[in-house]
Design a protein around this ligand. Structure first.
Ligand SMILES: NC(=O)c1ccc[n+]([C@@H]2O[C@H](COP(=O)([O-])OP(=O)(O)OC[C@H]3O[C@@H](n4cnc5c(N)ncnc54)[C@H](O)[C@@H]3O)[C@@H](O)[C@H]2O)c1
Length: 255
């Protein structure tokens, strides 16, 4: 999909991997709507990014708010895709220190934001993209975000790992399901990326996080995620695939 002069929604666009993806699309002449929580820095970030960026406050689990953000993208330009990065962490032990079962409410909340939110964004975006005229034989593209934890979750990551594994499972079937509409779906599964999530982690702890990464032995850079998101949008033969972006990291049971 050509990026220049086309409009995209980037969820979680106020920070980290979403912000890097928005910048990558803008650099190619695209227009972006940063969908992020009302309390996020989205308005200020959009203002800094310039005239081709807008902020749409929304929770990805809220159908009406996501629809309103898609409306903004259609007003901004010819809507052709989504890079969906919004998500949250979530750790808890299955059986806590007192011997009680982990909180079902917490598990549901993490799965709701990460997995149900992904389907909400995917389905609503795909319905709009399916109405577009084909452009070089495709109508649009959706990039989802999983995690290495979707394959090898660490101890304590059952809510997060389950939600991210669900996104891996969704990818191929979504590409198959939307093939007749000319909409591609791919997922990026990052390893450990240097985003604001890690801003307060001391240098020594960052080195520990980087140590098991075979090559390059460092945290991933947000712009490396942005490069891949851009390539998925641009490359019409990438479809139905989950791409790990992790320097060959395979996570161990504990940090
Ligand atoms: N940073 C990493 O090491 C890493 C590794 C693997 C996967 N990921 C995934 O990448 C994605 C982006 O992570 P990041 O590191 O850029 O984090 P980040 O915290 O910098 O950005 C996440 C953004 O999502 C927004 N958000 C959270 N919940 C939302 C909701 N319900 N509705 C709308 N927006 C919401 C936040 O406000 C924030 O701006 C997440 O899905 C995360 O699980 C990150």
């Amino acid at each position: 999909m050509q990026i220049k002069d086309k409009s995209f929604v980037v969820t979680g666009g106020a920070s980290g991997l979403g912000l890097a993806s928005a910048k990558a699309l803008l650099e190619q002449g695209g227009k972006v709507v940063l969908l992020d929580l009302p309390g996020s820095a989205g308005a200020d970030v959009a203002a800094e990014l310039g005239a081709n960026a807008r902020f749409a406050p929304a929770d990805v689990t809220d159908p009406a708010a996501v629809a309103a953000a898609l409306d903004v993208a259609e007003e901004l330009g010819e809507f052709r895709g989504v890079v969906h990065c919004a998500g949250r962490g979530g750790t808890m032990r299955i059986v806590d220190k007192a011997g009680n079962p982990g909180s079902l409410e917490f598990f549901e909340m993490v799965v709701k934001v990460n997995l149900v939110g992904s389907f909400n964004v995917l389905s609503q975006a795909a319905a709009r993209l399916a109405k577009q005229e084909p452009l070089d034989s495709e109508r649009g593209v959706v990039v989802l975000t999983s995690s290495a934890a979707g394959y090898e979750g660490r101890i304590g990551q059952t809510p997060y790992a389950s939600s991210k594994a669900g996104i891996i499972g969704m990818t191929l079937v979504a590409a198959r399901d939307l093939a007749s509409k000319g909409v591609r779906v791919c997922t990026i599964a990052p390893g450990v990326m240097d985003t604001p999530i890690l801003a307060n982690v001391p240098e020594q702890a960052r080195a520990t996080l980087a140590d098991p990464i075979p090559h390059p032995r460092r945290l991933g850079r947000p712009e490396e995620f942005g490069m891949l998101a851009r390539q998925i949008v641009e490359n019409p033969y990438l479809n139905g695939e989950v791409i790990r972006l992790d320097g060959a990291l395979r996570m161990t049971p504990r940090d």
